[in-house]
Design a protein around this ligand. Structure first.
Ligand code: CU
Length: 296
């Protein structure tokens, strides 16, 4: 075949530029992971190094300890193998796997036990518990989500919790298994609202942690729970509806996005920093790369 024929075949002329979704699909077809954006990897690496214990006095700050760099590469590779995806990208087999894992965890009683932790307000995981609760909201729910995902992965090791990008996807993800006794009424019929992307962009531009988390919790989380209208709108009972985890994966994803551009973090000390009922601390929950997962 003449060379110029190949050229015309490889570069179709006309059409508009791809939108974000089309571009992601294209990158996917080329085998390029958007998770490996060099700038994002660089930020995660810098944060990893900055979180290391103090180096000996006189150590060259430009020299990164080999062990720390190696540890980062290993954690990054692991986190890229545990990707939480937009639920709209799941095919029916993946949705079935997720729902079957939920049902198995429900049948064993483990799901109910985990859901019950959210009814114990002594854990102080929302700002309604006061300033400490406001600081604990994001790290506590990051740990909570990981506990649920680990529970599901005990039976289905490749599984991750999908996220619901409610700012761009204004439909409640009703394909998620609805356990008996869980109520789902008409979305929006009893107040609440879904944020649009401009609200999320406004959040991401907040420079300090406390205003960021307060606005995220109030405007792009509480309102979403209420809009969903049902068991998930009840603070104590909400995790009994598994849509809770998709909602919170998106909250966690927004926090991770914010962390790429800001170094603020929860100010918690002593007992307040321990995310009871677990032993993990707010500092342990700081980096999703260290925790071993990522968002597509
Ligand atoms: Cu919530």
């Amino acid at each position: 075949m003449p060379a110029n024929d190949q050229t015309t075949a490889a570069f179709p002329v006309g059409g508009r530029f791809p939108d974000r979704t089309e571009l992601l699909r294209l990158q996917d077809s080329w085998g390029v992971s958007p998770l490996l954006d060099p700038e994002v990897v660089a930020v995660r690496f810098d944060r990893h190094i900055a979180a290391l214990p103090p180096r000996p006095a006189g150590a060259d700050p430009g020299l990164v300890p080999v062990g720390a760099a190696r540890e980062f590469v290993v954690q990054l590779a692991a986190s890229l193998a545990r990707v939480r995806a937009d639920h709209r990208t799941l095919d029916s087999a993946a949705k079935d796997r997720f729902n079957e894992a939920l049902q198995a965890a429900h049948a064993s009683g483990a799901y109910g036990k985990l859901a019950a932790a959210h009814a114990d307000m002594s854990h102080r995981m929302h700002s309604m518990s006061g300033p400490i609760g406001a600081q604990r909201f994001l790290p506590w729910h990051r740990r909570y989500l990981l506990e649920l995902e680990n529970l599901l992965r005990a039976g289905t090791p490749t599984l991750t919790v999908p996220y619901w990008d409610y700012a761009n996807d204004h439909a409640r993800p009703d394909w998620v298994w609805q356990p008996p006794q869980v109520v789902r009424d008409t979305p929006g019929a009893n107040g609440g609202s879904l944020p649009d992307q401009s609200v999320i962009d406004g959040l991401l531009a907040r420079s300090r942690y406390t205003p960021f988390t307060s606005h995220l919790e109030t405007d792009a989380h509480n309102q979403v729970h209420n809009w969903c209208n049902g068991t998930i709108s009840d603070i104590m009972a909400s995790p009994h509806d598994p849509i809770f985890w998709l909602l919170h994966a998106n909250v966690d994803r927004i926090w991770d996005r914010w962390q790429l551009n800001h170094s603020g973090h929860p100010s918690l000390t002593g007992k307040d920093a321990t995310l009871d009922p677990w032993t993990s601390t707010a500092t342990d929950e700081r980096s999703i790369t260290t925790l071993g997962y990522s968002y597509a």
